[in-house]
Design a protein around this ligand. Sequence first.
Ligand code: C2E
Ligand code: MG
Ligand code: MG
Length: 293
Amino acid sequence: MRRGLMDDEFFLVYQPQVETRTGRAFGVEALLRWRDPERGIIGPAEFIPIAEESGMIQALGARVLRDACRQVAQWHRCGMPMRLSVNLSVQQLQHDSWLSIVEDALASSGLAAGELDLEITESVIITHPDKAVATLAKLKEMGVSITVDDFGTGYSSLSQLNKLPIAQLKIDRSFVSQITQNRSDAVIVQTIIGMGRNLDLEVIAEGVETEAQKAILAGHGCDLYQGYLLARPMPVADFERSLGGPAAPPQAWRFAMRVMICALALCVAGLIASTVLHGCAICARWAATAQGG
Ligand code: C2E
Ligand code: MG
Ligand code: MG
């Protein structure tokens, strides 16, 4: 894994998030992949626990944040605004340097803090409540928002949850996948959405795969969703294509505009120069005539 990090074998895929009611684009979640030269593409469920145990999660997490911020800032500059969600491990949040890593990633990319959302799981709240609350409060002060990922699968109490500076709940995929068949899962989803509304938290559903699931979520007033119904997590080029073309056209368009402005400025300058020269010639001729006379 250390070699993978050195050799640039890790890369990010992006999954879009949209407003449930309107279908309007809202944001994107960055998800990590490892392209191992021998085994091919490996998912995070396999390597994140190893990275956490070995302490490599710090370097990997910092890299994820920096790359994702840079990519989304570039999309912003190309006229594609979106919020970025990045997953965090418990260990990352515990580390003292984490806040400066976030600050650096925002400063070097130019992404506004308000456009960054960090996803934590309920385990963060349960295992390290005080440290987690302090770090999350500082992140909130910076303008970064916090989402509780896989919500409903952990055992955090409502009082613990209420202490946290969170902005969003993400309903776990396991509830969403059974929402049309299993009545208790449907009730859990409805309860989470109602709770979010009462606590003034945005609610997003993950793992939405069918129109029927989306319709139920929309009926209960779920704010946002993501899932295979909309799109699978995609590498940068595919994501840009899905948005209606690569990021190049806006840049090319801007370049063409600049060329046109330069050409126009040259024409105006030429016109002024020729007028001045013409004026000088008339003056010279007039002076010569006056002398001759
Ligand atoms: P997560 O953050 O809860 O991400 C959702 C997972 O569900 C992703 O799996 C995504 O590919 C998958 N998914 C999305 N839509 C659907 C759908 O409609 N149906 C199904 N069946 N699956 C869907 P992935 O990419 O394998 O990530 C697994 C977990 O690994 C993530 O769960 C997250 O906890 C962790 N992870 C991913 N990237 C990072 C990272 O950069 N840092 C850390 N610390 N953890 C990461
Ligand atoms: Mg997530
Ligand atoms: Mg999740």
